[in-house]
Design a protein around this ligand. Sequence first.
Ligand SMILES: [Fe+2]
Length: 244
Amino acid sequence: MGMAHEMADEMADEKADGTSKDIPDWSVEIAQSIMVKVKEKDAETFDHCVRVSRMARLLAEAACLPESECRVIEYAGLFHDIGKVGVPDDILMKPSKLTDSEYEVMKSHPLLSCEILKPISSVEFFAKTLPGVRHHHERYDGRGYPEGLMGEKIPIASRVILVVDTFDAMTWSRPYRKGLPAAVAYKELKEFAGRQFDPRMVDVFLQFHSRWNIGQHAQFSEIGETILAGLKPGALIRPSEVAS
Ligand SMILES: [Fe+2]
């Protein structure tokens, strides 16, 4: 069956609540328990994954990617860093620069994320999120990890995620470090467009980011809300001190 047919079927399979038959309830429950674990182990990483998921979806939409792709990107964004639960706390929480050997451990997290997703990757939809997760630290110039993929060889989901991931990491304040102002982060993205980042994604991000209000207006898809249900309320999304 051709791609167009599959996409058409996906749309037709939509249930009344906006979720799809291609995502069985048991897999949503596993995804939910994975995210609960991430939140318990490291609330910072959990919050980061949620913000990245929302922004990745908005960036994918702004870049006019097809809805099926936007949906995959939303979930790849949500799951991208969950492998950090497998990184020891003294490395994960270290406020100073990592040593070379610590950095090697840290670099295993995209592969660990994919390992954790194994139980739900028999579901085709979740399997489609794996490449985006696995390659979210590849650089456009080929100097990233884990495989050193270059340019358009890097999955589009990973290219979208890397831009919003880096922006979030730069601007978000942590207990030991105040985040950079958005304007400074914009400049960094521009400077590394074509080297670290897909230049087209940086262009679209710079054009649209100031219109997004991640705390209030960005919506998850129904299944995203379901995965995160029960985790709210609480300090899931705090208004950024720096993005305004
Ligand atoms: Fe990461």
